[in-house]
Ligand binder design. Sequence first.
Ligand code: TPP
Length: 276
Amino acid sequence: MMGNKLRHPLSKYLLEDRLPHSWCPGCGIGIALGSILRAIDKKVKEGAIDYNKLVLVTGIGCSARAAFYVRFDSAHTIHGRAIPFASGVKLANPSLTVLVFGGDGDIAGIGGNHLIHAARRNMDLLVFMITNFVYAMTGGQVAPTTPTGLYTTTTPKGNPERPLNAIKLVASQNPNYVARASATHPALIEQYTYKALNMEGFRFIEIISMCPEVFGRHIGFNDPVTLYKTLKSKSIVKDKPSLDESDYDWNHGWILGEYVLRRNPGYLTTLRRYEG
Ligand SMILES: Cc1ncc(C[n+]2csc(CCOP(=O)(O)OP(=O)(O)O)c2C)c(N)n1
């Protein structure tokens, strides 16, 4: 039994009996989740959100396992379908704060169609997409986000495709908030989450993340620290970047920042107007 003094500051939000978690040493998913939980904790302490009304919905993948570890309502659904499941939760009980957390394959690959339409509807969800550039859980296959030219287990001669820019894709619809953060910059994840938590409408935060095992190791990084430092050096923070600056490639890296901030009515507000 641990005394209160030794409890982790985020214990309230984590099912500690499920630990240790399944993420590899050096993986960025835990850093991302920790930063999100710190932002939630601030909001809960300020009385801006109700801890008892938090819901986390995930699909399938390493990132999606976050649903196993949080100590509030969560649903671990099927691959690519976290957004429609979460939309149903929000529509059934609009008083809930509904979060979606998933990998780039889950959210923008198999679930890409749902991503577009939830953004188009300005559905009242906060979606976090972990971009680790591969399908990690299944062994490092090419993902829609894999930078051109990189080795993956299914592109042994290099990825011939250009990566999907989820920032531009989501922004082209009707979302209220679009930002890109990185597990190499946890304070930014916390800051953007804090800002987006109480907004209505569709909010999308892409989080670039380290997968040392089936991404880093496969492209020649022998230890997680070197991969971390490399991703950090490729992450440029910018104040109000333009959407044209959101394209990325492995050589030039990527711009972190807030790409879209609007205060349009969310889906539920719009729906109520139609229902009179
Ligand atoms: C319908 C369906 N297709 C394929 C799979 C196999 N599968 C499980 S996890 C996964 C990849 C997950 O990758 P990503 O969403 O990027 O998450 P990560 O593991 O990188 O966090 C795949 C293809 C599945 N479970 N269900």
